[in-house]
Ligand binder design. Structure first.
Ligand code: ATP
Length: 268
């Protein structure tokens, strides 16, 4: 059974249809990229999956996470799934972190909230472990820092620790490295790859080279619809849709090398 199944998803704001008839699945341990120009509906799709659509938006169709229907699920139930069964990493960690709370406590809190650690003390210890797993130097000390005392890359590591804390079945990354410099981007991508073996991963990005590095399958979104999908190596080497060809042409990804294999832009 797929971890995530989206079937015939529509999202509208009044008369405006933002997402139209979107369907896809992600299995356990599968990594799927979602690409498309700004405004094509990627973030709206991700918000619908997380049950985080703003009030003026309406969703119809079906989204199931491990068989549970997300569309129309009451907020109380959704909040039990978010942070435990599914979590999300955003582009700007500063807005997602609490500026007034030590980051170790923020990591511990998501475990205490979902009771995935027996008590607060174990949650604190597990938080320090997690901060080490996302390779924050001196995790004991880092746990006591406030978000403003950390660099952008370190804050994104904290976000990743929070997202991974309860070993979610589904991790959604929405442009998680766009705001970071290139070296830090590559480190964060490595961490995401190293820590999501069993999770289903939906990875939203403008950067086709990142998709080629991280994902096995890709969905191409244009004007609210998925216009093309398939294995990254097929879609990037032999795109069928005109829009995908344009995306590839305007990216700095050199799709194939002299042997016809997918080549990615190096990150250093
Ligand atoms: N709350 C809202 N009310 C009305 N329209 C919205 C709302 N949220 C998003 N939209 C519109 O929905 C469309 C899709 O937006 P979305 O943020 O999903 O695009 P995106 O592909 O994620 O773009 P980006 O890459 O810039 O994040 C856009 O036209 C946007 O203006």
């Amino acid at each position: 059974m797929s971890v995530l199944t989206v079937h015939g998803l529509n999202v509208s704001a009044g008369d405006a249809e933002l997402v139209r008839d979107v369907s896809f699945t992600i299995g356990k341990g599968e990594r799927v990229g979602l690409i498309g120009e700004s405004g094509s509906g990627k973030s709206v799709t991700a918000s619908a999956v997380m049950g985080l659509l703003s009030e003026e938006l309406t969703a119809s169709g079906s989204i199931t996470l491990n068989g549970k229907q997300i569309v129309g699920m009451p907020e109380r139930q959704l909040s039990r799934l978010r942070g435990r069964d599914m979590s999300m990493v955003f582009q700007e960690p500063m807005t997602a972190l609490n500026p007034a709370m030590q980051v170790g406590k923020q990591v511990a809190e998501v475990m205490s909230l979902h009771r995935t650690q027996p008590d607060r003390r174990s949650a604190r210890a597990a938080a320090v472990d997690l901060l080490g797993r996302v390779r924050l130097p001196d995790p004991q000390r880092a746990a006591k820092s406030y978000p403003h005392q950390l660099s952008g890359g370190q804050r994104q590591r904290v976000m990743l620790a929070i997202a991974l804390a309860n070993n979610p079945s589904l991790l959604i990354c929405d442009e998680p490295t766009t705001a970071l410099d290139v070296t830090v981007q590559a480190q964060i991508l490595d961490l995401i790859l190293a820590n999501t073996n069993d999770s289903a991963l939906l990875f939203i990005t403008h950067d086709l080279a990142v998709v080629a590095t991280v994902c096995e399958r890709v969905l191409v979104m244009y004007n609210g619809r998925i216009v093309e999908s398939g294995l990254v190596r097929d879609v990037f080497t032999a795109p069928e849709h005109r829009y995908t060809r344009q995306l590839l042409a305007s990216s700095d990804l050199e799709a194939t090398d002299e042997n016809g294999r997918l080549r990615t832009v190096s990150h250093d």
